[in-house]
Design a binder for this molecule. Structure first.
Ligand code: BG6
Length: 483
């Protein structure tokens, strides 16, 4: 089957940094369906060859050693460019003509990829509708929408309504690139392709869950976006809540889009909504000390660059088991991990004073960059009486598999081509996630508790975060993975 991928926002960063390198890699590995064409759409007038040359240069820069000039030469003729303005209806008429020319007799399936600034999502969808380009009589038509999908519940609903006026839900693929990560999918494999974890995956054995996405980078040149979006919209509404749903959900009966998404939605519905007083008690916010000196940050900006949120999932499996979500920029290292902290042993038989530690077991799912899984357990220190130490079984993808971990866009783009929406967010999922975030954002938009605590770069966020956990008799797992 022939495919045409039309990228709106072709001159943007995402296109050169992620989309084209992913498509090129799929081509190089022989996975891109035959007769796949890529058409870039952006305002700047550009000849096909100019765009191809720019992309050759950027792709080589982003993928380094894996760039192979001869593979690129074979790939480049499938790339085209068509200049146009999303605001101009005639440009869609001419785009439609151009696509018909490129596709010729073939009954191509089309993917419209919205990689523009979010304010163009609704106009682009409306123009596609007016030009009859969502019509499926000539072949399947799908639309991919990048994050952020709205900035709150109201805008996400509005965007869903506008998109649904033109496309059916089955045609819509809302991206959360975390779901394309191999290790995120492995959460499902670990839980549901193995029998040993499920019996203990509940309130009887688990004390709490920590989901951390820490980044070493600062905001850098991204403040124009970040200073108004903020941490909750950037990392929590999407990536962290997705990780929570995969960790907490029941086993779907099949690995199929709606079966998986129904289970995720049940978890989102079960998350206890926060009232303003809960937000003060159950969240921590921080800002790295030099944030306000970054370019394009508003003077006296209140935008958090660190946050921790304690959520409860009100169902039988998870009653009383808090889920701590935490993310921050300018942290000690880049690490995304899900820590399942098991309960402590109910009774220690060893003589008091002999044992130096009492600690529950931990299962650490290393999402990135040291992709793997570790199980932590106490072990007797040899030749040291009854002294114990936490040791671990350490599984690393990099050591067990010769193939490296591909960028998540490869999997996601292929899934869109195959019409598999399992790893994409459904309309209700996105709205429910905003419903969880909005009440927190409303409190965080104002000064007051929780205080915005300043923190030094290169640590684990503000001291208030550590103290907050200690008050709950718990401790963050503040460990940078060994690469
Ligand atoms: C993006 C956020 O969605 O995810 C960024 O906008 C963040 O702020 C990035 O840095 C993290 O993605 P990854 O794949 O590097 O963990």
């Amino acid at each position: 089957m022939a495919h045409t991928i039309v990228i709106f926002g072709a001159s943007g960063d995402l296109t050169s940094r992620k989309l084209i390198p992913a498509l090129y890699e799929l081509h190089r590995k022989g996975r891109l369906p035959k007769e796949t064409r890529i058409v870039g759409f952006s305002r700047t007038p550009l000849a096909h060859d100019d765009w191809r040359n720019r992309l050759a240069e950027s792709t080589a820069r982003f993928i380094g050693d894996r760039f192979d000039a001869s593979a690129w030469q074979a790939f480049a003729p499938s790339i085209f460019y068509h200049a146009g303005d999303i605001g101009n209806q005639e440009d869609f008429v001419s785009l439609q003509q151009f696509l018909a020319e490129v596709e010729g007799e073939s009954r191509a399936e089309r993917i419209y990829y919205l990689s523009t600034a979010p304010r163009f999502y609704e106009p682009a969808v409306a123009q596609l509708g007016k030009a009859g380009m969502a019509e499926q009589s000539a072949g399947v038509r799908r639309i991919v929408i990048e994050k952020p999908f709205g900035v709150d519940l109201a805008s996400a609903r509005q965007l869903n309504t506008s998109v649904h006026q033109v496309f059916n839900e089955e045609q819509i693929y809302r991206i959360d690139h975390y779901l394309g990560k191999e290790t995120v999918q492995n959460v499902l494999v670990l839980r549901f392709a193995n029998a040993i974890f499920e019996p203990i995956w509940n309130r009887n054995y688990i004390d709490h869950v920590q989901i951390t996405a820490a980044e070493e980078v600062t905001i850098g040149h991204r403040a124009g976006y970040y200073d108004t979006a903020g941490l909750l919209r950037d990392m929590f509404q999407n990536h962290l809540l997705q990780l929570l749903t995969l960790t907490a959900m029941e086993a779907p009966s099949r690995f199929e889009a709606d079966a998986v998404r129904d289970e995720k939605v049940k978890i989102l519905r079960a998350i206890r909504p926060m009232r303003p007083a809960d937000v003060a008690a159950n969240t921590i916010r921080g800002q790295y000390r030099k944030y306000r000196d970054e370019a394009n940050v508003a003077p006296g900006s209140y935008t958090p660059t660190f946050g921790a949120v304690k959520l409860h999932v009100d169902n039988w499996r998870w009653q009383g088991v808090p889920f701590y979500l935490r993310s921050g920029k300018a942290m000690s290292c880049r690490t995304t991990q899900v820590v399942i902290q098991f309960r402590e042993p109910p009774h220690i038989m060893f003589p008091e004073g002999a044992q130096n530690i009492q600690e529950g077991n931990r299962l650490v799912l290393q999402i990135q960059p040291a992709e793997g899984v570790q199980l932590h357990f106490l072990t007797k220190v040899p030749d040291a009486g009854m002294k114990f130490r936490m040791t671990d079984l350490d599984f690393r993808f990099g050591q067990k598999f010769a193939t490296g971990i591909p960028d998540s866009y490869q999997r996601l783009l292929l899934d869109v081509m195959h019409g598999d929406a399992s790893l994409f967010a459904r309309a209700d999922e996105v709205e429910l996630a905003w419903g969880i975030i909005d009440p927190i954002q409303a409190v965080w938009d104002r000064p007051g508790p929780p205080e915005l605590a300043l923190y030094e770069e290169g640590g684990w966020g503000p001291p208030t975060s550590t103290e907050w956990m200690q008050r709950q008799n718990r401790q963050w797992f503040d460990t940078c993975p060994v690469l």
